[in-house]
Design a protein around this ligand. Structure first.
Ligand code: FRU
Length: 497
């Protein structure tokens, strides 16, 4: 019976998508190469996995409107992480443990077990009068059609953890055992709880992997735990720590005790729009993360989710990023090499000098483009370098590299008449010979990577096509630019590539 209800709810959602997708697809604010759902609302990436020769992404999804609610799991596959094929929805709310209208099938992850594709997700329940959160299992023989486990939920919140603060399980396999880390809150402090299982169905508590003493907030959404060389990384989106959206901790881990001891912390991204990243392993061993390009209304710098709901949709993912570790143990987050397959119309220049007189740069059509360059710090004596992006019709987004004050900032107060705020990061350049800058611009977003991929700013802006000029200038001296490359970016969604 309940198996049928989930299929009915998927079919109903699928009808809704089919009836709207051809209109939504023509929305002026739709991205050209960042992953979006066909219609409706999207938030966290879930269940990222390379399975039987394809990249799979699932996503928190409301097919019924461009706002959050009634959460399903959308599903898409790809050969290259750039071009995605939509598959039928994987999960729909259907059971008392996952069908709350302000809940549904919340975030989780995927693992291959017993030749099948397993999903572990958070059920947000309709029972008991509250939004109780439990961990649930679904599995699939073909990697497309899923069935919920009849023994769900497989885990409920442990004593001392409020029932609505136990979510976002991330599963992985080590030797012959499955491990799972889940976000929780105890005594108003965040915890990452570690569980283990031999068969994906029966789970037992192992240890508190890590916890906040208050400095890292009261809840960690979407915790993820993975090795990097001989170190381990815990990555999460903390609630209750000001402007942090997605952070990482680096340290040591012992499978004997289930304890993580960390001594480095850092920011995955400093922009307004990078939340709930999840990682997975590519077949060639790269650790890749994908993050949702937005943030929640409880965050201090939040304004709204943007104007795209007017076109019947909301939400996209930032470009997949490869995680690398520097010698000092901090992390870098680089756009995956696959973005290069989208390049067209290259422009390269070995060297040029920028002065206080504004000059124009060319990159694709000035809307969807990639731009890379290096500032030669030994030859540069300017106090600041300013890059003005998506400029036109009196609007612009200003990216400032302030050498004197060691700060990078991206100002979107004049971006589009809608977005607001200045994202800022400390740009530590002592002893460096050059500053690398890498920009991915799409119809409605700017991802700016700088300083060895540690000063990353993902910001959504909803600029029109006439905002297509790129300008550059300095303040207080000159700057020498080397290895300038720019490209237009192919459209992955409108089939003109
Ligand atoms: C993070 C999050 C998760 C939750 C999901 C609900 O963005 O709040 O904690 O599972 O979104 O859609």
């Amino acid at each position: 019976m309940s198996k049928e209800l989930m299929l009915q709810n998927i079919e109903k959602a699928q009808h809704e998508i089919d009836s709207k997708k051809n209109i939504v697809k023509n929305g002026k604010m739709r991205q050209r190469y960042h992953f979006m759902a066909q219609t409706g609302w999207l938030n966290d990436p879930n269940g990222l996995i390379y399975f039987r020769g394809k990249y799979h992404i699932f996503y928190q999804y409301n097919p019924y409107e461009g706002f959050w609610g009634s959460i399903h799991w959308g599903h898409a596959i790809s050969d290259d992480m750039m071009h995605w094929e939509y598959l039928p929805l994987a999960l729909a709310p259907s059971e008392t443990y996952d069908d709350h209208p302000r809940g549904g099938c919340f975030s989780g992850s995927a693992a291959q077990h017993d030749g099948k594709l397993f999903l572990m997700y958070t059920g947000a329940a309709n029972e008991g009068g509250g939004v109780g959160q439990t961990q649930c299992i679904a599995y699939s023989e073909d990697g497309i059609h899923f069935e919920k486990y009849e023994g769900n939920p497989v885990l409920t919140a442990p004593e001392g953890v409020p029932v609505n603060q136990f979510r976002d399980s991330k599963v992985w396999k080590h030797e012959d055992t499955y491990y799972m880390v889940c976000g929780a809150s105890r005594d108003h402090k965040a915890q990452a709880l570690l569980y283990r299982s031999d068969d994906m169905f029966h789970w037992t508590f192992f240890n508190v992997l890590a916890e906040s003493r208050g400095e890292w907030g009261h809840m960690w959404e979407c915790p993820d735990f993975y090795p990097m060389g001989d170190k381990y990384v815990l990555m999460f989106s903390p609630m209750g720590v000001g402007e942090h959206t997605s952070v990482y901790l680096v340290g040591d881990f012992d499978y004997q005790t289930g304890r993580f001891s960390h001594y480095i912390s850092g920011e995955v991204d400093w922009g307004f729009d990078y939340y709930a990243p999840q990682s997975f392993l590519a077949p060639d061993g790269r650790r890749i993360i994908i993050g949702w390009a937005n943030e929640w209304e409880w965050m201090p710098l939040w304004k709204d989710w943007g104007p795209t709901y007017k076109e019947g949709w909301c939400g996209f993912f930032n470009i997949p990023r490869e995680v690398r570790m520097m010698e000092n143990g901090t992390l870098q987050f680089l756009p995956v090499a696959e973005t290069e397959i989208l390049r067209q119309d290259p422009i390269c220049q070995d060297m040029f000098v920028v002065t206080e007189a504004e000059a124009e740069l060319k990159a694709g059509d000035g809307v969807a483009f990639e731009l890379k360059m290096k500032i030669d710090l030994e030859e540069t004596d300017a106090d600041m370098l300013e890059l003005i992006l998506r400029s036109g019709e009196g609007k612009k987004t200003v990216c400032l590299f302030d050498f004197k004050n060691a700060q990078m900032s991206v100002d979107r107060n004049a971006s589009d008449g809608w977005s607001r705020g200045v994202s800022r990061s400390t740009m530590f350049l002592k002893g460096k010979k050059e500053l690398d800058i890498h920009i991915l611009s799409d119809q409605s977003s700017l991802e700016i990577f700088a300083n060895e991929y540690q000063d990353n700013h993902a910001n959504n802006i909803f600029a029109g096509n006439a905002q297509n000029r790129i300008l550059i200038r300095t303040y207080g001296g000159r700057a020498v630019i080397r290895e300038y490359e720019s490209y237009g970016m192919k459209d992955c969604f409108r089939g003109n590539d």
